[in-house]
Design a protein. Sequence first.
Length: 396
Amino acid sequence: MKQIAIVGGGPAGALCGEKLAAAGFNVTLFDEHLAWEKPCGGGLTHKAIEKYPFLLNGPQAKKEIRTAELISSKGHRARFEMSRPLVIYSRAVLNGLLLDRAAAAGCETVHARVTRVETGAQNRAGRVTLTAGGQEHSADFVVLAAGARNQLLPDTTPLRPQDLEVTLGYFIPAKEETVKIKFLNRMNGYLWSFPRTDHLSVGICATMAKYTTSKLRHLLDDFVREEKIGTDGARFYSHVLPSPELGTLRHRKIVGPNWALAGDAAACVDPITGEGLFYALRSGDLLAQAIMQGQPESYPARLRAEFVADLEIATRLVRLVFRGRFLGGAVTTRMVQFARRSATFRELLRDLFSGAQDYGTLRKRLWKQFGITITEFTKDFFHAPHRHESSEQGTL
Ligand SMILES: Cc1cc2nc3c(=O)[nH]c(=O)nc-3n(C[C@H](O)[C@H](O)[C@H](O)COP(=O)(O)OP(=O)(O)OC[C@H]3O[C@@H](n4cnc5c(N)ncnc54)[C@H](O)[C@@H]3O)c2cc1C
């Protein structure tokens, strides 16, 4: 394989293109928008920064956020400092940075929409043909990194509504220093406000199969009002976000003899947090490594070894996190209350936010530190309630 076509220049496609071009492959990347403001929070966790330090060290505009506020559906609040900052980019800047690196490595970028991809045996000597901007191109292998709405599906199934979340949001001109996350009452999903350098990305995500966009828009507008976020100059957006079910992660075909899916198209997204940027980058990178070694068929096993097995555990926790009950209240409400009053629990949240805590060992850690969490909670509740009065809205 020498000639590689990549459809999609988001994090998955751009990083895959950079790595392959740097290794001497002849790579052409097609994107209908190139560096654009793709609807997104733009938040990169520390595990992404650790793997790709250029995301922090470069001169591109980005915001480093160290304070997070969790809000329960009843209005309880917990504010805490993160040990590692969340690095938040405008997607136009992030995509531009990744595409520039791909181009510098020798990847040719073409500003065009791909409307057709043929990978079948009818093609000359197993070559891929594709149509982009009305012109026909051919390649030895095609990487489909065209995002969650990807419709180019050689020999595989599309993501189903159960595997997708609908997201709605606003880009709002404002300056802020705190990431806010508000849980919803018995709904899989949450509201967020992610500050960027000169605006906020405020949004809501929830399972597509269950909730109407008008209900979500209503909840989003309530959140914006409650948080007193001015809406002058606000720009509305909506998009889909994969939230894969277990069977999808385990069984959906993501590679064939001359094609592979990467990033959102391969449903590489954390079904609890909606984090997809890290997984898009890693899947693009791991696919490039598999292609370089002449073993594209090893790509799913590489994904599984690195993160898909952990995401599968997350698929089993989604319902418990968003709809479960604990000690007579919603799990999310208890999480916020514990975070307010227990230093040990805040430490666990810090590790979850940074990516240092995986899902595989989460339950064990929760149970192991349950006693100390309850002790700290009780002590704080009875002995120092005045310290939190300013941020307390709900009651225990
Ligand atoms: C509202 C929202 C908020 C989010 N917030 C966060 C967050 O804060 N942190 C986080 O980690 N993740 C977040 N995510 C997830 C993250 O945005 C995605 O996981 C990530 O963008 C996936 O990268 P990708 O490269 O796979 O796809 P994309 O970034 O979607 O890139 C796909 C590219 O393909 C191009 N394309 C599509 N079809 C074609 C075609 N036919 N021809 C040519 N080009 C095409 C598009 O123009 C696009 O540039 C969020 C998602 C949403 C929807």
